[in-house]
Design a protein around this ligand. Structure first.
Ligand code: SAH
Length: 394
């Protein structure tokens, strides 16, 4: 197959030789042919030597590499990629698994599939395309996901309307590409969750906190727990399962609070030791005098781009200072940042500043990250986005 050729400027092939999967517009010298947005292109050096194949998308990242080998890009190519992704989840024991049927099957660059996210919820796969290249082939991908999953998945829902650029040539309408809505019972480590991919944030659930939720469970025995920015109440369910004496869940979205209440009910029935509070977390921490044994802070990304970094770090500092003030002596803070532009170092410094402001003596017990079904491509360190600290405050 002959693809349009993207010639790089001399010297700009180096990052590709290190297998970095993105080509920025500034690295491109010229383009032979007229690729449309989403087309496969061949990337070549200034001298014309083959470097990679990728999806073309005018913009800052102009090409997202799908292969560093000169292969035929056909169904077999994509099926092999999906099978490789599934093999990793099989080796993690996530599929098949008697107590967990929620996991991430494809994590973009981390699985060599830039621009594609696929989360599995029982027999439904929820797909999100972040590039036009992936969006344009959604029907094929849906068929191949079903084939790769060997019948365990029978419906594929596309939820790309919020992740594609409004200028994308692919029509961004959310809906079932294959199959229909199911009523599977969904579990994570034996905990039941109601997930609505049609209405919820992201693909419906924050699959990336599975391991960290389990750790919260381990520290919750007889503890008074505050779960701030709770969304579906994932951490609250694990805290209650771990034996918490009481759990308070806070989120500014009423829908999130309703989901949390439902998830607590689905797991524990009428549970008098859980309280749902619809409030801004900053206000809640300022206006309440209660103190806790365990506090979880899992806010949305405060910095969505580099320009917002300084303000974001200030916000992390203020938030963590406020939480430290609400921890009992010997209390434990689970604090997270999912902003990709905030480095581990940045985040640690912001939390450190927060502990100084609150005048607490703090020790780091655990340093957390995303779970293994959100793998990081070693050549694409940008893929490491979730950072967490577990801190013991004297
Ligand atoms: N911890 C959750 C995911 C959190 S997502 C989980 O394990 O699934 C971030 C949540 O923060 C969203 O539900 C959003 O509604 C909420 N949120 C954003 N800003 C907020 C604020 N200032 N106060 C309270 N909640 C907020």
């Amino acid at each position: 197959m002959i693809y349009p050729k993207v010639y790089l400027k001399s010297g700009k092939e180096q990052s590709l030789q290190r297998f970095h999967p993105w080509i920025f517009s500034g690295a491109i010298k010229r383009i032979d042919g007229e690729p449309a947005e989403g087309d496969v292109v061949e990337v070549v050096s200034a001298k014309g030597d083959f470097l990679a194949l990728g999806h073309f998308q005018p913009g800052s990242i102009t090409v997202r590499v799908i292969s560093f080998d000169n292969l035929e890009i056909n169904r077999e190519f994509w099926l092999t990629k999906l099978r490789n992704a599934l093999n990793l989840r099989k080796s993690l024991g996530l599929f098949p698994n008697p107590t967990t049927n929620i996991f991430r099957l494809v994590h973009g660059e981390g699985d060599g599939l830039p621009g594609l996210i696929v989360d599995i919820y029982g027999s439904t796969a929820v797909m999100q395309a972040h590039s036009s290249g992936m969006a344009l082939m959604r029907s094929t991908l849906a068929e191949l996901i079903i084939e790769a999953m060997g019948g365990a998945v029978t419906s594929v829902y596309d939820k790309s309307s919020g992740t594609l650029s409004p200028k994308s040539p692919s029509e961004a309408v959310d809906g079932y590409l294959v199959g229909e809505a199911k009523s599977d019972e969904l579990f994570e480590n034996g905990n039941r969750f109601l997930v609505s991919w049609e209405e919820g944030q992201k693909t419906g659930f924050f699959v990336d906190q599975r391991d960290n939720r389990a750790l919260v469970g381990q520290y919750s025995k007889d503890a008074k727990v505050l779960n701030a920015f709770c969304y579906t109440g994932g951490f609250s369910v694990y805290a209650a399962r771990g034996g918490a004496s009481s759990v308070v869940s806070v989120d500014s979205s009423q829908k999130a609070m309703d989901l949390t209440t439902q998830n607590m009910l689905a797991n524990f029935g009428q549970n008098p030791s859980h309280v749902s509070v619809c409030a801004d977390v900053f206000d809640f921490l300022r206006d309440n005098d209660e103190v806790y044994d365990v506090i979880i802070l899992d806010p949305p990304a405060f910095a969505k781009h580099r320009g917002a970094l300084n303000n974001a770090l200030q916000a992390y500092k203020r938030l963590n200072a406020a939480a430290f003030r609400k921890l009992k002596p010997g209390g434990i803070l689970f604090t997270f940042s999912c902003s990709q532009v905030v480095t581990r170092e940045n985040f640690r410094n912001a939390v450190f500043s927060g502990s100084i402001i609150a005048n607490r003596n703090v020790r780091i017990m655990h340093q957390l990250t995303q779970p293994a079904d959100h793998p990081i491509n070693i050549y694409h360190p940008e893929g490491e986005y979730l950072k967490g600290l577990v801190l013991y405050a004297e």
